[in-house]
Design a protein around this ligand. Structure first.
Ligand code: ADP
Ligand code: MG
Length: 504
């Protein structure tokens, strides 16, 4: 379906060290909060910003005797996400306990899926620039519980805990170490976020922590990565560090860049990179060590005895597949091929599904390119300036379409259309009625245009001689006629008339 969309493998960013060139290798573990009203194993609400500890059921608080019950909707959301990433859906998966102590984890373990995740291998086509797309492989997606939140800055002597988040469903989306530079990493997260927003499986709000990434970074010498690809041998790659909990695309890039340079300097200095978990400090622009890396066996994972293996049926997966929306890549390709848009414009219009939907209503039965220009330049430009979302636009898609219809029929000029857009924006109303009421009609009446052209020609004999010698100067007459008619004359018709009268 998308054969005409070509993509390449990611491209290594090369950093010159004191003793030679280095390449980056990056793999991301993205935690995406499942868009769901209820938690993964309890009916408690997931509403953001609620009074602390008000959305906590006995299951979330790990009261004795409470048992988890899987939320079918969250499972469907993970399947939907997997389908959106062209991934394998595993009809049998299972939940495991990852054991550790933390005050915001009442159970003393997190329920996750280590051995049998619900989603297997998939891919994301990452857009770098118009015409430049790269493929990053997904290793797996598993479902797991989020932890609560410890609060240390409300009181000098006390710490508090808010369990509202405890037990909220997360999808952990693990990439292969296919990402080769900071920009690719940010573009990867952006594309993943876009796909999930199209699917309605994660709102992607990074400020609220609904999408956060653990970023694994290592460096290697040119040629090593190709050797790893050919053999699958991880040991030819450098030792990686994991930067935890990044929730900004800008910081992800800055952290990767810093971390790569730190590792390069360390190695060139004769040191070795220690596998560890690090934190990024945005104020200092540095990463610092948080703890040494723990291995899966440190957590004493074992199958959760409270939960049966999760078995889903192919028919149920097929039902979900049947309700998949058109995804960004497909929509963008269709805008290019069917509506004749540039890849850049198609990319802008499909960035958010709400924008694409709005545009499609405007473009329906009209000139696609013109509709794109108006939506991107006039509407988005204005919305940005006012800090409004598309849902808050004072001009509806039908109203904007009405303005375009008046241009297409030749009733108003492009200049008048901008004035009309402004009136609709501030006062509302039906474009053709406004144009009528305010006399915004361009003169296409050839008799009237002819009279105006004759008059300007008669009054400017010297200009006429010049224009006859140099036809490029005919534009001067068009300008004069437009001025004389208060901008109401149809410029194309005036041009034609001027040329005819001057015998050009
Ligand atoms: P663990 O379970 O120990 O965290 P994984 O094999 O699951 O290790 O890898 C976690 C993440 O680290 C994955 O996204 C993977 O792509 C990435 N990764 C693995 N090896 C490297 C490496 N050498 N450099 C950078 N990232 C890596
Ligand atoms: Mg991991």
């Amino acid at each position: 379906m998308l054969d005409h969309l070509s993509y390449t493998a990611p491209e290594p960013k090369v950093i010159a060290g004191a003793k030679g060139d280095w390449e980056l290798v990056i793999g991301l573990e993205v935690h995406a909060q499942v868009a769901s009203n209820a938690k993964l194993f309890s009916g408690a609400s997931t509403a953001f910003g609620a009074e602390p500890n008000s959305n906590v059921s006995f299951v979330d608080a790990a009261m004795p005797g409470m048992l988890p019950v899987i939320n079918e909707f969250c499972v469907a959301q993970a399947v939907r996400t997997g389908l959106g990433l062209k991934a394998q859906i595993n009809l049998v998966s299972a939940f495991d306990r990852k054991n550790y102590f933390y005050p915001d984890l009442p159970q003393g373990y997190q329920i996750s899926q280590l051995y049998h995740p619900i989603v297997g291998e998939g891919e994301i086509i990452v857009d770098m620039a118009p015409g430049v797309a790269r493929r990053v492989r997904i290793e797996r997606i598993h479902l797991e519980q989020d932890a609560g939140k410890s609060i240390h800055d409300m009181d000098p002597a006390l710490s508090f805990v808010d369990l509202n988040r405890t037990g909220v469903a997360l999808m952990e989306i693990v990439s292969r170490p296919d990402i080769r530079g900071p920009e690719e990493a940010a573009a990867y997260v952006a594309k993943l976020r876009q796909i999930m927003r199209y699917l309605g499986t994660c709102d992607g709000n990074m400020q609220n922590g609904n999408l956060r990434a653990d970023v694994n970074v290592s460096v290697c010498k040119p040629g090593d990565y190709e050797r790893f690809q050919a053999t699958g041998d991880h040991s030819v790659l450098g030792t990686r560090c994991e930067i935890k909990n990044m929730n900004s695309l800008r910081f992800i890039q800055a952290a990767i860049d810093y971390e790569a340079r730190r590792q390069i300097a360390l190695i060139e200095d004769g040191g070795t990179v220690v596998q560890e978990t690090r934190l990024y400090d945005p104020d200092k622009g540095e990463t610092r060590s948080m703890r040494s890396k723990e291995e899966a066996h440190d957590y004493r994972y074992f199958p959760d005895p409270d939960l049966l293996p999760l078995e889903i049926e192919q028919g149920w997966v097929d039902d979900i597949a049947a309700t998949m929306p058109e995804l960004p890549d497909e929509k963008k390709a269709r805008f290019v091929t069917e509506l004749g848009l540039s890849e850049y414009d198609a990319g802008v219009l499909t960035a958010e599904v709400e924008n694409a939907d709005f545009f499609e209503v405007v473009a329906r039965g009209r000139d696609g390119k013109q509709a794109a220009n108006w939506v991107i330049n006039e509407l988005f430009g204005r919305l940005n300036k006012e800090g409004l979302s598309i849902g808050e636009s004072p001009v509806s898609s039908a109203q904007l379409g009405g303005v375009l219809d008046l241009i297409a029929s030749g009733e108003i000029s492009g200049k008048m259309a901008k004035d009309l857009f402004e009136i609709v924006w501030t006062e509302g109303g039906e474009p053709s009625e406004i144009a009528q009421a305010r006399g915004m009609k361009q003169v296409t009446d050839l008799g009237a245009i002819e009279a105006a052209v004759d008059q300007i020609i008669a009054a400017n004999p010297a200009q006429v001689e010049k224009a006859k010698a140099n036809p490029k100067l005919a534009g001067w007459f068009t300008g004069q006629v437009l001025k004389a008619t208060g901008g109401k004359a149809n410029p194309a018709a005036v041009n034609e008339m001027v040329a005819k009268k001057l015998g050009l």
